[in-house]
Ligand binder design. Structure first.
Ligand code: FUB
Length: 439
């Protein structure tokens, strides 16, 4: 489906195989897990059925973990798998997501997993929260004293205190006053809302300051933030973080921040992937530095995105679905492949993997492939027509789920390079599961 011809420096949007929106990054150990919602191809509304998960240890190569949760996992859900957030507690992962209830309207559900990449299950069989039809976009945070908070909403902003089990709450649903001091005024007052707060809250604490980032309005949305000295306010409006994206923007936006390997990152979405727009959005990321007083600077949206936070080790098995940039391919899951693999590969398609450290050079390339026809994987450095390290022949393996390991001799090039797997052949070529270089 979506493919994109962009300058070679392009790194945003960070996912090119499908349309993704509403980024919710989570750092767990040395890995970033990025949860997103998904815009179906050719959507003319927020037609959304599932959530997706990606992981990275370097912020530039993202491994597709598939869909850990969908509407089908909630017996009570009708439609609208919109913006969610996942958090870890006591060895489990809790994913808070909004959906249209069969009869009640928008509601927030919770799903639990033992693994950050799912699968997640609904432990309560009903909405965790239903307080009104603006119950969308949950954001979750556990404070240093162990108290967890769930904020959400559009056009209102509400919160509850979650119990330690993370699947129930105590006390009332509290509505946050959306006044000028806390959330500024709208730059366009088309719908008579009380403040610039629109939707997509992102709640966290850094040092002693609590942050509420959000999509602010009118529409098209920009990103703004407020801060507080406590988890429940009062909130003080601070500033715009990312102005309205004028070129390649979507009319919505959605913030998500992390600190990872000593740097701070803002995730957001735009409409810049080929065929993209307001209902076909794509997740992007930028690096930023907090000012000394904790304020957030203006962050520009870029095509270049971020620099690698680490290098990739080519001597370990790497998943074919670990991708910095791709043209033409899709991903799928099968039991025979043991998970996700790359598929829908045609002549001229390619996958770029960034910042691969050939410390000791390499002599052989191995790949796990399955095919009913065959083709070639060209191994190139630094561009789709860069130095040819070798060509790996893929035979007809006897079926598109009959997986075989194929090998090719390669030139012993050293140093840190971007590797391009450029696919050649006629028709639909093969499926690609993993790869590895050997010294
Ligand atoms: O993605 C569907 C909805 O659009 C989200 O829930 C809102 O925040 C907006 O991004």
């Amino acid at each position: 489906m979506a493919f994109y011809t962009q300058p070679i420096r392009a790194q945003n949007p960070i996912i090119q195989t499908i349309y993704t929106a509403d980024p919710a990054p989570m750092v767990h150990g040395d890995t970033v897990y990025l949860y997103t919602s998904r815009d179906e191809d050719n959507s003319t509304w927020f037609t959304m059925k599932e959530w997706r998960c990606y992981s990275s240890t370097d912020m530039v190569n993202w491994t597709d973990k598939g869909s850990p949760l969908s509407l089908k996992d909630f017996s009570w859900a009708k439609k609208d798998a919109w913006a969610g957030q996942c958090i870890a507690r006591n060895g489990k992962f809790y994913f808070y997501v909004p959906m249209q209830h069969e009869t009640m309207g928008m509601s927030i559900g919770v799903a639990v997993s033992d693994s950050p990449a799912g699968p997640f299950k609904d432990p309560i069989g009903k909405p965790l929260v239903h307080s009104g039809n603006g119950d969308i976009d949950p954001t979750v945070f556990i404070d240093s004293d162990g108290q967890a908070y769930l904020y959400w909403g559009n056009p209102y902003l509400k919160y509850v205190k979650l119990n330690e089990d993370m699947i129930s709450y105590s006390g009332d649903v509290v509505t946050v006053p959306l006044n000028k001091e806390g959330f500024h005024v709208r730059y366009k007052d088309t719908d008579k809302r009380p403040s610039a707060y629109e939707e997509g809250p992102w709640f966290y604490k850094r040092k002693d300051l609590y942050y509420m980032l959000y999509a602010a309005g009118g529409v098209p949305e920009h990103l703004a933030y407020s801060t507080s000295s406590g988890p429940t306010g009062p909130w003080v409006y601070r500033d715009t973080i990312m102005p309205v994206i004028t070129k390649g923007g979507a009319f919505t936006n959605h913030p998500g921040t992390i600190d990872f390997k000593g740097k701070s990152y803002l995730f957001y979405h735009n409409g810049a992937l080929q065929g993209g727009g307001g209902f076909n959005r794509s997740v992007c990321v930028e690096e930023f530095k907090y000012n000394d007083d904790g304020t957030i600077p203006r962050i520009a949206n870029t095509i270049e995105g971020v620099r690698p936070a680490a290098n990739l080790n080519p001597y370990q098995r790497q998943e074919a679905e670990t991708i910095a940039w791709t043209v033409g391919v899709e991903t799928a899951r099968s039991a025979e492949a043991g998970g996700i693999y790359v598929t829908d590969i045609s002549d001229g398609d390619y996958i770029k993997v960034r910042s691969v450290d050939f410390k000791k050079g390499a002599r052989r390339f191995d790949a796990s492939v399955a095919s009913q026809s065959g083709g070639v994987i060209e191994l190139r450095l630094n561009s789709p027509d860069g130095l040819l390290l070798g060509s790996c022949q893929v035979p007809n393996t006897g079926g598109d789920q009959v997986w075989k390991t194929v090998s090719a001799k390669v030139k012993p090039e050293k140093g840190i390079h971007d590797v391009y797997f450029v696919f050649k052949g006629e028709g639909k070529l093969f499926n690609f599961n993993w790869w590895k270089f050997n010294k």
